[in-house]
Design a protein around this ligand. Sequence first.
Ligand SMILES: *[C@@H]1O[C@H](CO)[C@@H](O)[C@H](O)[C@H]1NC(C)=O
Length: 389
Amino acid sequence: MAKLTIFVLLKLFLLCFLPRSNAVYSVLNYGAKADGKTDSAQPLLKAWAAACRSSSPATIHVPAGSFLVSQAIFHGPCKNTAIKFSIHGTIVSPSYYGKSDASGKWIAFNNVEGVTIRGGNLDARGGALWTCKFDGRSCPTGAPSLIVSNSKNIAIDGVTSINSELFHIVILGCQGVRIRGVHILASENSPNTDGIHVQMSTGVSIVQANIRTGDDCISIGPGTSHLWIERVFCGPGHGISLGKLGEGLQVEGVQNITVKSVMFANTQNGFRIKTWGTNARGYVKEVVFVDAVMRNVQNPIIIDQNYCPGNHNCPGQNSGIEISHVKYKNIRGTSATKVAVNFNCSPRNPCNGIRLKDIKLMYQNQWARCYCKHAYGIATGSVIPPSCL
Ligand SMILES: *[C@@H]1O[C@H](CO)[C@@H](O)[C@H](O)[C@H]1NC(C)=O
């Protein structure tokens, strides 16, 4: 009897004094089927709508199994600023290509706040589209696998993205995004399958990512500031790239970027900054690349201010982007080409304040080379190949 009373009292206590419990919305209750065949887009959107309407913390639960989703765009604003998308199974895209509409989206979150996407696999089955592109047929553009846009306080945790049609994960116009423990996988030959792309965003961190893909492992686009990247494995892939600046005509800045503890294996680039050889104005400043191991990397350290594929629309090839205060520290390993350090800057806007410290990059058991054009700065510590700054 006493036991029962205590039990009842305890229960009352819990009901009265604990914060309101986390409501769970299982997508199965909204008609999702784990058969890999039935389109579960509407059930996912309905579960989202319910979580979005509620003002207490909500978990949308996608259980184990394979859920086919044609397209799911989760819109805010929501009443709720604590929505967790907990994915245990795999979300697969239809296998044919050209499935995304003009929006160019597959899984997307727009205008949301306080959303965590945890676990699960996103399998976009991009292979058919890659083949179409290789064959030079006229193909649809395709869609990135996961886009988060115009959002705040987002976490992406332990998500695996496989065979995206285009970029795997895109962060666009966001404030405060924590990406942690993601795995990214696509063929070395897959076109435009950047791992994580960040643009027009501030306060983004990417920690502990394992990326093997056909394009940049991480690409940092215009309007990115206060970005922290740490503990990344990259390869195959095109490395970590800051760039494609100068494509538009507006002033584009990239500022306060830290990239720390990265391992590159058999990649096209290590740390790359590239800007188009166009008149567009802008800047790249306060960038730190620290603690990296390069294994057989074609361009371990490269700044290319004359990027102009096909020599098209880049009159004079004089980039209007100013690059300054870029620091490279403790970078070691092997280059797959003779020139391991390549600073090819703009005659109009030379690179300023470049710093090299404790570098050792070898090419076939010999010192690699350093090439400089319109690049100024200092080298300290032991720098191999000897600095040309
Ligand atoms: C640079 O960004 C980091 C986050 O990556 C932030 O903690 C730091 O305060 C920023 N520094 C400045 C000067 O804004």
